[in-house]
Design a binder for this molecule. Structure first.
Ligand code: ATP
Length: 305
């Protein structure tokens, strides 16, 4: 099976369940607290690793207890952490999340050490990255580092996948042209293309606009409607969703990408990988949580059977 590198973020979710949000200067008691590992990069790495892929993570953590938690979480899934660097004097990426009884979420994101992942870190990992079959990236780390990694992949003939999330308005389309796969959801596609994406037809038009600008393959995730594969010079293909009763759709996109990467590197069969990705993402939304909802290989094979 092939090898995957994830160049991206890690976060620790600090989830407080509260009856209401405190006002300015007010202290109130909340009934429940939970901690969970997250960050788009980490989520995608964990999904791929749980399915048996060989995964190397390139990321930065702070010098706090959250870093220990994140590294232990990677190790428990068998992820190579040689390039998970601890930065002295910096906090890890954390996301305090407040959940009210209505289900309303208020979220703060502190990128911490994630904001320090630099092109030099990619160069330091260069020899090991050259041994990978696919480099997977998102945009919770500096854009310059992502541009640098895409160029590195192109130079060394390593395929790359960019999940442009969260979508920045200042993304330079020229500098992502060489990516092998661009995998946005509908909102991200609208931001990057500057076109409306409220229907499947508009998603195809927007993806084609990116292809005209030079990107070869765009995979648009469409939530409950599955996904679209839009490739230069080929007809658009629709990947049908799997019908499930959703319990919690958080992290479905990361489940889709991690599993896509895992099955794609197995033998570079794009259709087979997409077929598995819609299944893995659908399975993950039948359980609460993000990484907690990602199945291991055996359980997923049982779901597919
Ligand atoms: P999130 O931000 O919640 O992680 P996303 O917006 O990045 O998700 P989506 O397009 O919502 O990504 O979902 C990713 C994939 O998950 C879809 O392409 C689809 O295969 C699957 N999926 C999501 N929601 C559903 C659903 N309700 N039923 C079946 N499959 C779903």
């Amino acid at each position: 099976m092939g090898k995957i590198a994830v160049v991206g973020s890690n976060m620790v979710d600090l989830i407080t369940y509260t009856a209401r949000m405190p006002g300015p200067g007010e202290t109130i008691e909340a009934p429940r607290f939970e901690m969970g590992c997250g960050g788009k990069g980490a989520n995608q790495a964990i999904a791929a690793a749980r399915l048996g892929a060989e995964v190397m993570m390139v990321t930065k953590v702070g010098d706090d207890i959250f870093a220990d938690n994140t590294i232990r979480n990677f190790e428990e899934s068998g992820i190579d952490t040689r390039y998970v660097e601890r930065v002295p004097g910096t906090s890890s990426g954390v996301a305090p999340i407040f959940v009210e009884p209505s289900g309303e979420n208020s979220i703060l994101i502190i990128k911490g050490a994630n904001a320090l992942l630099s092109p030099a870190d990619i160069d330091r990992a260069a020899e090991d990255l050259k041994g990978c079959d696919l480099i997977v990236m998102q945009l919770e780390v500096p854009l310059e580092t992502i541009y640098h990694t895409i160029a590195f992949g192109a130079r060394h003939g390593i395929e790359t996948l960019l999940n442009p999330a969260p979508a920045p308005t200042d993304l330079d389309p020229k500098r992502i042209e060489q990516v092998t796969f661009l995998v946005p959801n509908q909102t991200e596609l609208a931001t990057i293309s500057g076109l409306p994406v409220t229907s499947e037809a508009e998603a195809e038009t927007a993806a084609r606009a990116l292809i005209v600008r030079g990107i070869r393959t765009v995979i648009v995730t469409l939530g409950a409607r599955g996904a679209l594969l839009v490739t230069k010079g080929e007809e658009t293909r629709r990947i049908e969703p799997v019908r499930v009763t959703p319990v919690d759709t958080t992290g479905a996109g990361d489940a889709f990408i991690g599993s896509f990467a895992r099955y794609y590197v197995e033998n570079r069969d794009l259709d087979a990988a997409l077929h598995m990705a819609v299944r893995y993402a659908a399975d993950s939304i039948t359980r609460p949580g993000t990484q907690k909802s990602y199945a291991g290989r055996e359980a997923f094979e049982a779901f597919c059977a």
